[in-house]
Design a protein around this ligand. Structure first.
Ligand code: ADP
Ligand code: MG
Length: 738
């Protein structure tokens, strides 16, 4: 019997890199070729319509029906010139990934013929057959239907023959059924709150934008090997597999030379991404073998989220073309570094100021301190919720597993900023020093931007300050960044709103005492800001942690500090429903309690389903792949021992067959154990499946189903080491990874 595994391994090694046809134009020329961006709007829309659209995009102006019709006409013209025949509303349901329903432009012309039509009505709103998307009961309870509505702030784009229109997906009673709707609300909230705080420093600021630069990690696996692993195929990760003798100990992969086939894949991926307006910048190998990273230049958060979703789907298509499968799962291989999606995040103003970057003057640095501290306040108050925002059945394998970010949210600031904050908090006058007769002088030292970026970096911190931004590193590789961005922006919006209110109150106090300000030579506003900042530096100090996030001491220490140290995924989701979370989301106008409750149902249900599928696949593989193969090998050994008996004397057989007998026994023991555990696994699932409540069911899956899978895996991985390599049916780690 030939082993399929050897065949696919051989084919994988023989596969040649694909020839990539590189466009004749420069990347800067084909960048955004497939996007209806401002340049194309200018070309395809009448001048007044173009101006109206810009006002809609930049300032959130209302979109009139006649403008929508004119925009649709321009879009259709551009699209048909590019061979487009269909259009779709593209949206982000609560399952990870995107959804679309394609319609052709074809319509009856009323005279028995057909015309290609695309009106403002079709552009603006659609009713996808939404019943199959998770809604946590919102639609069934409140309103039967959901609809998708155009998001004009993210430009439409072309994939193949289809015009894709980014949309929000909401129920008829207005509840969000997707990620984009609450994201847009959160971005609005942080814009309003941050703009008001900016007015303390510069009244001319009109708008604050949230920026996101994601770094996407992923694995590539040959498609033949992938297909020979039912676990990868069905669950996105390997449910079994012993460590390769060589894995990442050598660290020779990081930034290593990129193999030819991968190089060809990356080249084509970059071309496709640039055509779609995704500003790809860096590509390199990651820590683990066959692990890679792609990062674009940061963009406005809503657009960056769409671009990440788009990139993940383009990646999958291009990979298939090159004979690969992309693994976006956070932990496809046990014992090997997992994949994340670092979310680099900052706020900036329409006046060109990066609010998370230090400035040159004392005033600018005070503003910098305010934005750093209020970000920390948001992260501190909602650390458990932020963890919930990045948690999933798959990311749970990565967090806290002794590799980038532990399952506790804390923030690393670096020595300089840390000292600066301590200095301000401790100084008697809150960062003011006596300057003889001139009164008080603000004592905020200069912080050279480059220094912070290049000196200290703490790789174990889940939320690290990196010079002019925070890097939220706990986000999962497979996740929609929107989830983390909704929570982070809302939490910071709340902190800034609160900050503004307290500064206003304090200012009113100081205005009552004009002599105080006169004596110090500073305004009431200045003193008020400093007072409140000092209060907040002290309040949020538990969130600051510069030590080793992987250590056990940190867990104990974090607990003492009152940080959230829960590790169970379904319990972490409970944070969405804590009073402080509901209050925060409601007061910022991001999500109502009703929406939060419904969305959590989806989270728990999704968690359960994923573990359920994994448990089924593992059970099946154990019973019909692993046990039969191990038993067959055991029979061969038994036959050998028996033959020995025919040739040699009994004492000689004992001596000669000692090793085989040991293996025969071990196989018997381990297969027996697997069988017993699989039965337990099935029973645990049956018990859990009877539970009606999604929350309780997810907890049952976490507490009683998932741990059994680890035990089964342990036995299988031991068998992999003793069963003849020639019979082992599933491609091994060394074959998948090298
Ligand atoms: P790293 O050293 O972590 O690999 P990179 O230089 O590759 O960092 O940048 C990672 C991402 O951070 C990129 O997408 C980059 O555009 C983005 N980025 C840089 N500055 C900012 C900022 N101020 N706000 C948001 N994202 C930023
Ligand atoms: Mg990074």
């Amino acid at each position: 019997m030939t082993n399929l595994r050897f065949k696919v391994v051989e084919e994988a090694y023989k596969r040649k890199p694909l020839e990539v046809s590189v466009p004749v134009e420069r990347p800067s020329e084909y960048f955004g070729k497939k996007v209806f961006n401002r340049e194309k709007m200018f070309k395809y829309l009448p001048k007044d319509v173009y101006e109206k659209m810009i006002d809609v995009i930049d300032n959130g102006a209302r979109l009139d029906r006649n403008v929508a019709d004119a925009v649709a006409a321009g879009m259709k013209q551009w699209a048909t010139e590019n061979g487009v025949t269909h259009y779709t509303h593209w949206f982000q349901p609560l399952t990870e990934g995107t959804a679309e329903k394609h319609d052709s432009f074809i319509e009856h012309d009323g005279k028995g013929g057909m015309v290609e039509d695309f009106t403002g009505k079709l552009l603006v709103q659609q009713e996808p057959d939404a019943s199959s998307f998770p809604s946590g009961g919102i639609r069934s309870t409140f309103e039967a239907r959901g609809y998708s509505a155009w998001d004009p702030t993210s430009p439409v784009f072309i994939i193949d023959d289809t015009l894709c229109i980014p949309t929000v997906f909401i129920s008829y009673s207005g509840e969000a059924l997707d990620y984009k709707a609450p994201l847009l609300r959160a971005l609005h909230a942080v814009n309003v709150a941050a703009t008001e705080v900016c007015h303390f420093f510069d009244p001319s600021v009109k708008k604050v934008t949230s920026n996101l630069g994601w770094e996407q990690e992923y694995f590539l696996v040959d498609e033949g090997l992938f297909a020979a692993r039912p676990d990868l195929l069905l669950t996105g990760r390997t449910l079994m597999g012993h460590d390769a003798a060589k894995n990442q100990q050598m660290d020779d992969h990081y930034f290593g030379t990129i193999p030819d086939r991968v190089q060809a894949f990356m080249k084509e991926l970059e071309i496709r991404a640039l055509e779609l307006g995704i500003p790809c910048k860096t590509r390199h190998n990651e820590v683990a073998p066959n692990q890679f990273e792609l990062a674009p230049i940061f963009e406005e958060t809503n657009l960056a989220v769409d671009h990440n979703m788009l990139l993940m789907s383009v990646m999958k298509r291009v990979a298939r073309k090159h004979g690969f499968r992309v693994l976006l799962h956070e932990k496809p291989f046990a014992g090997i570094n997992g994949s994340g999606k670092h979310n680099n995040w900052s706020l900036s103003t329409d006046t060109g100021v990066l609010l998370h970057a230090p400035g040159k003057t004392v005033e600018q640095n005070l503003r910098f301190v305010v934005f750093i501290v209020e970000t920390l306040m948001g992260v501190w108050r909602h650390n458990g919720l932020l963890k919930a925002s990045i948690m999933s059945a798959s990311n749970a394998h990565r967090l806290g597993a002794n590799e980038a970010p532990p399952a506790i949210i804390s923030s690393f600031l670096g020595k300089q900023v840390s000292e600066l904050l301590d200095h301000i908090a401790q100084a008697d006058n809150g960062g003011l020093v006596m300057m003889g007769k001139q009164g008080l002088k603000m004592d905020i030292p200069e912080i050279p931007e480059l220094m912070i970026d290049n000196t200290d970096r703490n790789r174990t911190s889940p939320f690290a300050f990196t010079g002019n931004r925070f890097e939220f590193r706990a986000v999962g590789s497979e996740a929609n960044c929107a989830s983390a961005m909704i929570t982070l922006n809302s939490a910071v919006a709340e902190a800034l709103t609160d900050f503004k209110r307290r500064v206003d109150e304090r200012m009113a106090d100081y205005v009552q005492r004009p002599e105080y300000a006169e004596n110090t030579g500073h305004t009431a506003k200045f003193h008020a800001i400093l007072d409140v900042v000092r209060e907040d530096i002290r309040a949020c100090s538990p969130i600051r942690f510069d030590g080793n996030g992987y250590s056990d001491e940190w867990v104990a220490e974090a607990e003492r500090r009152g940080l959230d140290v829960e590790t169970s995924c379904p319990r972490i989701f409970e944070r969405y429903l804590s009073p402080s979370s509901i209050r925060m989301f409601e007061s910022m106008g991001v999500m109502s309690e009703k929406e939060l409750v419904a969305r959590n149902e989806v989270k728990w249900e999704t968690y359960t389903k994923r573990i359920q599928i994994e448990a089924r696949v593992l059970g099946d593989l154990s019973m019909n792949h692993i046990i039969p193969v191990a038993t067959r090998y055991q029979s061969q050994l038994l036959a050998n021992v028996e033959m020995m008996g025919r040739v040699f004397a009994a004492e000689k057989v004992d001596e000669l067959s000692a090793r085989n007998v040991k293996i025969i026994e071990e196989i018997a023991r381990r297969t027996g154990e697997i069988e017993r555990l699989v039965e337990e696994l099935v029973n645990a699932r049956k018990v859990a499946n009877k539970i009606e409540d999604e929350h309780a069911k997810a907890i049952a899956y976490h507490d009683s189903v998932a741990p059994k899978m680890d035990l089964i895996r342990y036995e299988i991985d031991k068998l992999e080491l003793i069963v003849d390599d020639a019979c082992w049916p599933l491609p091994k780690y060394r074959e998948l990874l090298f």
